[in-house]
Design a protein around this ligand. Structure first.
Ligand code: PMP
Length: 295
């Protein structure tokens, strides 16, 4: 079966799925995106992703191509036409196509594309059972990492470095030696006293939708959370560590730059958070409101 993409109002076969050569997403990375997990035929945390999408668009003053409800229909239809029951849907909205000038063009409609792909959740579960390796990498991104833009070159460089080291993720480190987040995930540690530590969602990190859900689940579980930066050394000396993202859910990090974290294997706190998140994902709740920049 050939794959189908949604491109500016039409569902088209991949071979015909293109945008204009002067699209601002292509020339300036002037666009935003979201990735929503599809689990057993339902979206995971859809509402949170759509709320964040609107925030990203508003921050960059890109017009919303359609209402949140209409957008949900497009995503569902893209998933349906590609017969994806387990996987993810990717959507991208750019400021549109216009003659190449740096300032925003007038009267140009945004470009909106969506694609869906299959994903084997069993692979994620196997990673979670084993735990994964992470390396550190300098955080060379811009000053508005809270906006989910398609300007992903620093993230791609970091992920490539991780791949070349045989690691799953790169933890980005700021000029003061603090971990900001993963190249495509949020970074967490668990202290010896079972306190979760993760950064405040400032402009330095993306406020992950999975992160927000995990925070809520941890709160219900009675776990303490500290919102503060942590250093590489603190992470290496932590009891447990993990990453969260829409397509990873919750995955334990068991080595950082080759140094074992805790006993070098997945720990009980992270295993519990993953199972709580899996149960949450199975509810396909769409009423999740991410508390952006709040906690
Ligand atoms: N930080 C970065 C830089 C990311 O790219 C992602 C994944 N999109 C995340 C965090 C996790 O966000 P989410 O839980 O919404 O997937």
């Amino acid at each position: 079966m050939s794959r189908i993409a949604y491109v500016n109002g039409q569902y088209v076969p991949y071979a015909q799925a293109g945008v204009h050569v002067e699209d601002r997403g292509f020339q300036f990375a002037d666009g935003v995106y979201e990735v929503v997990a599809v689990k057993d035929g339902g979206f995971v945390d859809l509402e949170g992703h759509l709320v964040r999408l609107e925030r990203s668009l508003d921050e960059l003053r890109i017009d919303r191509p359609m209402s949140r409800a209409a957008l949900s229909v497009v995503l569902a239809e893209t998933v349906r036409r590609n017969r994806v029951r387990n996987g993810s849907v990717y959507l991208q909205i750019t400021r549109g196509a216009a003659r190449r000038e740096f300032p925003f063009p007038d009267g140009v409609a945004p470009t909106f594309v969506a694609i869906a792909r299959h994903l084997d959740w069993a692979k994620g579960a196997a990673n979670a059972a084993r735990g994964v390796a992470a390396i550190t990498h300098p955080d060379i991104r811009w000053g508005r990492c809270d906006i989910k833009t398609v300007g992903l070159l620093p993230a791609a460089l970091a992920k490539q470095a991780a791949k070349e080291s045989g690691a799953y993720e790169a933890w980005l480190v700021d000029d003061q030696g603090f971990v900001t987040e993963g190249s495509s995930s949020n970074a967490w540690i668990v202290t010896k006293d079972n306190v979760l530590v993760t950064r405040k969602p400032t402009h330095e990190i993306l406020s992950g939708i999975t992160r927000s859900a995990v925070l809520e689940l941890a709160k219900r579980e009675g776990l303490k959370v500290e919102f503060r930066p942590f250093t590489v050394a603190e992470a290496q000396a932590a009891k447990e560590a993990f990453v969260s993202s829409a397509t990873s859910f919750v995955i334990p990090v068991v080595t950082l730059d080759g140094k074992p974290i805790g006993n070098g294997g997945p720990g009980v706190v992270v295993a519990r958070l993953r199972s709580l998140y899996e149960a949450h994902a199975a509810t396909h709740s769409t009423d999740w409101q991410a508390p952006f920049l709040a906690s």
